[in-house]
Design a protein around this ligand. Structure first.
Ligand code: PMP
Length: 383
């Protein structure tokens, strides 16, 4: 029965975890998987999350079903974090992670416009194209980042989007681009808004790192501006990085439109056939953290410290080598180095430096102490 299936490639990043574990060299450096790490290479459970989990364990009285929309209060409180006070024309539901939000949004688009085209900048998170493609949408790519100059290729992007037609979807990273760390200037965001309005493109914003770039408010500003400028937008949100909840799978999808109720009904119907209802635990934790002022303050403080750590490492990396200078102005956990697969492989073999095959590094995997060894290792490959 299953002879119609094709063999699938293994997840390269997960394969890297095994290789790293088996490596016995004391100076090995893990810049692979995209999770925050502290100075000891540890990915901690955040203090406010631990406290909220203790409250849940003590006070939760039932595990009975919620609805397909998940934890309604979670989505309300998170909407305030994402959009500021009092958003209207928004339909939102809790989803299993940002991935679930992206897929639900893709399925909603397919329901309304079967076979619609989604424009995706290159490079991007490797799961973007499969999510939209598996939902039945067509993918077109546009230039986004020029690896050689380590800068956004905005002219190339606008030129490529000249081919976009009314009813197409434009995927945008709200902040902290994965894998490049590169972002648009304020003026470029305005131009993107004007382009969407003039050409009838639907912006689909993936906000997976709010608070890890320049701060909670600053990281949401571009998205908010776009939502002010345009009648319709789709927002896929992940709490898995900014609350450190990764495996708990916490996210939300919001759709801004005049047809909120119609959209909400379809989101719920789609959620029921995809996962019936999202997992509760992580969203209940986020709800408690946002509900209790003391927990919220502690979460914000710890998030501030995580961001300061990443940006401190960025500054140190940028100062360490001329070809890494752009990293100082980029934001989020990642940077994309101009390294071919052979260089990535050689760095692993000869120096115990582990990174994704495309040259993406997780900056949080470094420490101020390991930066010199890292830079010494990569320098010969930076032309
Ligand atoms: N979007 C981007 C850009 C991401 O980097 C990630 C996580 N790697 C996600 C979405 C999905 O996040 P989650 O783990 O919440 O599904």
């Amino acid at each position: 029965f299953f002879d119609g299936l094709a063999v699938q490639p293994a997840d390269a990043l997960l394969g890297l975890i095994g290789l790293y574990r088996a490596d016995t060299r004391p100076g090995k450096i893990d810049l692979g998987v995209g999770v925050f790490r502290d100075d000891f290479g540890h990915t901690p459970v955040m203090r406010a999350v631990k406290a909220a989990e203790a409250m849940l364990l003590r006070d939760q009285e039932t595990k009975s079903y919620l609805g397909a929309e998940g934890d309604v209060r979670f989505a309300e409180l998170l909407a305030e974090v994402a959009f500021g006070a009092g958003p209207d024309r928004l339909a939102g539901v809790q989803t299993p992670g940002g991935t679930g939000a992206l897929r639900l949004g893709a399925e909603l688009i397919t329901r309304s416009r079967p076979g619609a085209t989604v424009w995706i900048g290159t490079p991007t998170w490797p799961n973007h194209a499969p999510i939209f493609r598996d939902a039945g949408l067509a993918i077109q790519t546009h230039r986004f980042f020029d690896v050689a100059s380590a800068a956004v290729d905005f002219d190339g992007m606008i030129e490529d989007l000249g081919e976009a037609r009314a009813g197409d979807v434009l995927l945008l990273h709200g902040c902290c681009h994965n894998p490049t760390g590169a972002g648009f200037t304020g003026a470029q965001w305005l131009e993107i808004g004007r382009l969407c309005a003039a050409r009838g493109l639907l912006p689909f914003i993936d906000l997976a790192y709010q608070g890890l770039g320049d701060g909670l408010e600053a990281d949401a500003a571009a998205m908010r501006g776009l939502m002010d400028a345009l009648p319709e937008a789709v927002i896929a949100y992940s709490c898995d990085k900014n609350f450190g909840l990764y495996r708990e799978r916490v996210g939300a999808l919001w759709v801004q439109s005049e047809a909120s109720e119609l959209v909400r009904g379809n989101l719920l119907a789609l959620a029921r056939s995809l996962w019936s209802m999202p997992p509760d635990h992580g969203a209940a934790v986020v709800r408690l953290v946002l509900e209790y002022a003391a927990l919220r303050a502690d979460w914000t403080a710890e998030l501030d410290a995580m961001r300061a750590r990443i940006n401190g490492l960025r500054a140190a990396l940028a100062a360490s080598h001329a070809r890494l200078a752009a990293i100082g102005g980029q934001r989020g956990m990642f940077a994309l180095l101009p390294l071919g697969p052979e260089a990535v492989e050689a760095l692993r073999r000869e120096h115990g430096i582990y990174m994704a095959g495309n040259g993406r590094i997780n900056i949080a995997g470094l420490t101020l102490d390991t930066i010199p060894a890292f830079v010494a290792g990569v320098a010969p490959y930076l032309s």
